[in-house]
Design a protein around this ligand. Structure first.
Ligand SMILES: [Zn+2]
Length: 216
């Protein structure tokens, strides 16, 4: 990819420009063949990597994540046994443990970051991309939904929660017998599916398809 995009910036051409998120170099939207990868000429950051059937895969993986997230909420998360007593907790129990007095806002924020925001994000991705993955026009407000999903990405912290719980369990393991419930494994799978999903997510291609297929 060569870097002479900053010449003749007419209004029409402006839509075809992208900025490297890593080093701010300006490029014309590259025509990268499917399976190829367009990199920033200055810093090597991947700018475009369209994949075959990416749309369908992203929708499938996001739907899988939604199912896993639902399982993670309703199945037991961990089981602690000590001195003949066993206690099962769900993810929501864990998040709302501290919901008394002034810590209520904290508990609600934890629940939002672990469960609510990731679910809204996944639902927004499915809503925005599913019709297009079937070859139809984009759903109404698809662009807005996809932008919402992008905005929520840094705030959807199921991954961090899983890592945090894993670290905490190592410490508790000496004091009590710890059993990992279905919900824990559902969340672990969810993290893996999300990583897989990010490799299919070529935002440039998705946004272009959204622009072309949206009627508004
Ligand atoms: Zn760059």
């Amino acid at each position: 990819m060569t870097q002479h995009a900053h010449q003749d910036l007419t209004d029409a051409a402006l839509e075809d420009l992208i900025v490297c998120p890593a080093c701010d170099a300006l490029y014309r939207v590259p025509d990268v063949p499917i399976g190829g990868r367009g990199r920033c000429g200055r810093c090597g950051h991947s700018l475009a990597a369209p994949r075959k059937n990416a749309m369908a895969r992203i929708v499938m993986l996001a739907s899988t994540s939604l199912v896993l997230m639902t399982a993670a909420i309703f199945f037991p998360f961990i089981e602690l046994s000590a001195g003949g007593m066993t206690r099962r907790s769900s993810v929501l129990d864990a998040a709302l443990t501290f919901s008394q007095g002034i810590t209520v806002p904290l508990a609600l924020a934890v629940a939002a970051f672990i469960v609510v925001l990731p679910m809204i994000r996944l639902a927004a991705i499915v809503y925005a991309l599913a019709p297009m993955s079937f070859g139809w026009h984009a759903a109404p407000y698809a662009k807005r939904a996809f932008r919402l999903a992008e905005t929520l990405k840094p705030w959807a912290m199921a991954e961090i929660f899983v890592i945090g719980v894993a670290v905490a369990l190592v410490k508790v393991a000496g004091l009590a017998t710890v059993g990992l419930g279905t919900a824990f494994w559902a969340l672990v799978l969810l993290v893996l599916v999300n990583i897989l999903n990010d490799t299919f997510m070529c935002k440039l291609t998705l946004w272009r398809t959204l622009e072309h297929r949206s009627r508004s």
